[in-house]
Write a protein that binds this ligand. Structure first.
Ligand code: UDP
Length: 473
């Protein structure tokens, strides 16, 4: 009996847990559900503690081989003023100088890149390897990204100076104030890098989108059926999400969080966290702490040093930053909220916290992974976008999906005031609107479960693309 040859796929995420986590989850599913072998190529330069921990986990399935791309010296390439996307892209660029020899050795049939590792496309093509892209953000941003090269040609001046929302073909018009940071100043490297990678989406054989039919019907229909995307020869799009971190291994350090949660009533705790990089200004953090206290609701606050310089200051030192919340939270805050609130440090098992039955809402920066994790656990969102494309996500969740509420900044103010925070926290935790949002989030949880189960829309999309890969063997 001839033994079936398993297709061999390589995945190449860009640095950052928001990219690595969904690609790794995808890798596990390919191995477990579809009989595929995976080489998971890991850029180790600039790796966070969370990244190192992930790949040391004892329960990585046998069909996944972790291939470390050795760290490179970045000292001449980046400095402390290099902005976040440029830093990611430069790290990728330097690290990928070794890619050819790695691919020659690993010999995959297919390479899956992500948003910011598209430099690998040419090397893969030279080696006759098919290339797919895993789009780790929303289908809404995917549509925008496929439209960006056109926009870049047709619009003179800055997009932020446009007087009308941007009409992305087939989707909801994009409000100027929601535009992602990377396109708000066309003169700087952040824009050039973003445009570079998004222009290259057209070069791949297919795009795997971490979303699902019921969450983003409009954008998914657009990128697959609207005339514009056909005209620009956008590759086929396969919605395969929501792929999120499954139940995590709980370390001793984190055990007290779950003991505490176990003792709280169902749906009673607001989880407050800003992703791997989100950082508030000192003034905003003070208002947030006061607002939480005044709301008299239970909460878990992931405390992180404030920064007045950047909303993504923590991005490159997650897990490594030692901080002492008593030095930056209002005096007596911890004592006054003792029992009602739990203050925890830098990196926590977010998905597991959201999955706990006591979690009732999530005050989130609306990173795409955080949004998917919240919805996959039926948890409504208090939307607090900070950087990248998070304002777009927040608007989608609030207006398009009906699972989120955004606090309002008073005219002329730079921060959300404590009374407003108290209002929205009460609204989502105990108000009627909160109940409606929770029901909607629970519906989406069910729809996500269905999409991912055997026969569901996302499951079928993966089968479809896996069949193509199997035919390459
Ligand atoms: N995360 C976590 N613990 C933390 C902070 C973040 O597990 O303390 C995870 C979170 O669950 C999510 C990812 O890191 O999977 C953050 O990705 P997201 O796209 O939400 O935001 P980003 O960090 O990329 O801005």
């Amino acid at each position: 009996v001839s033994k079936e040859v398993k297709p061999h796929i390589a995945l190449l995420p860009s640095p950052g847990m928001g990219h690595i986590t969904p690609l790794f989850e995808f890798a596990k599913r390919l191995v477990t559900n579809h009989g595929i072998l995976v080489s998971f190529l890991v850029i180790t330069a600039d790796a966070s503690a969370a990244q190192t921990q992930l790949f040391q986990s004892p329960d990585i399935p046998a069909g996944i081989c972790i291939v470390n791309i050795p760290p490179v010296d970045m000292s001449n390439v980046i400095n402390e003023n290099t902005l976040v996307l440029s830093r990611v892209c430069l790290t990728v660029q330097e690290s990928l100088k070794l890619l050819r020899s790695i691919l020659v050795e690993v010999k995959p049939k297919v390479l899956i890149v992500d948003l910011f590792t598209s430099q690998a496309i040419e090397v893969a093509r030279e080696l006759s390897i098919s290339v797919y892209s895993f789009y780790t953000a929303s289908a809404g941003l995917l549509a925008f990204s496929l439209y960006l090269p056109t926009l870049d040609r047709e619009v003179e001046g800055e997009y932020v100076d446009l007087l009308e929302p941007i009409k992305v073909p087939g989707t909801r018009p994009e409000r100027i104030e929601d535009l992602l940071d990377q396109v708000r100043n066309r003169k700087i490297d952040e824009y050039k890098w973003f445009l570079f990678h998004m222009s290259r989406l057209a070069l791949v054989d297919g795009i795997l989108e971490n979303s699902w039919e019921d969450l983003e019907p409009l954008s998914l229909k657009a990128v697959r059926e609207h005339e514009y995307y056909k005209t620009v020869q956008a590759p086929p799009v396969y919605p395969i999400g929501p792929l999120i971190k499954p139940d995590e291994f709980i370390t001793d350090k984190d055990a007290r969080i779950f003991t505490w949660l176990d003792n709280q009533p169902p749906d009673s705790v607001l989880f407050v966290a800003f992703g791997s990089g989100g950082t508030l200004t000192s003034e905003q953090l003070t208002e947030l702490a006061w607002g939480l206290e005044m709301s008299e609701q239970r909460f878990i606050l992931v405390a992180r040093n404030p920064s007045d310089a950047s909303a993504s200051a923590a991005f490159f030192n997650v897990g490594g930053d030692q901080n002492d919340p008593s030095t930056y939270l209002p005096e007596g805050f911890a004592e006054r909220t003792q029992g009602v609130g739990l203050i925890v440090h830098s990196w926590v098992p977010q998905a597991a916290i959201l999955g706990h039955s006591s979690s009732g809402a999530f005050l989130s920066h609306c990173g795409w992974n955080s949004s998917l994790e919240s919805l996959s656990h039926g948890v409504p969102i208090l939307a607090w976008p900070l950087y990248a494309e998070q304002r777009m996500n927040a608007t989608l969740l609030e207006e398009g999906v009906g699972v989120a509420v955004k606090p309002v900044v008073q005219p002329g103010k730079k921060v959300v005031g404590r009374e407003e925070i108290e209002r929205v926290v009460r609204l989502i935790m105990e108000g009627e609107e909160g109940k409606v949002m929770r029901r909607r989030a629970e519906q989406l949880k069910e729809s996500a479960d269905t999409a991912l189960s055997c026969g569901g829309s996302s499951y079928n999309s993966v089968c479809q693309v896996a069949d193509i890969w199997k035919s390459l063997v």
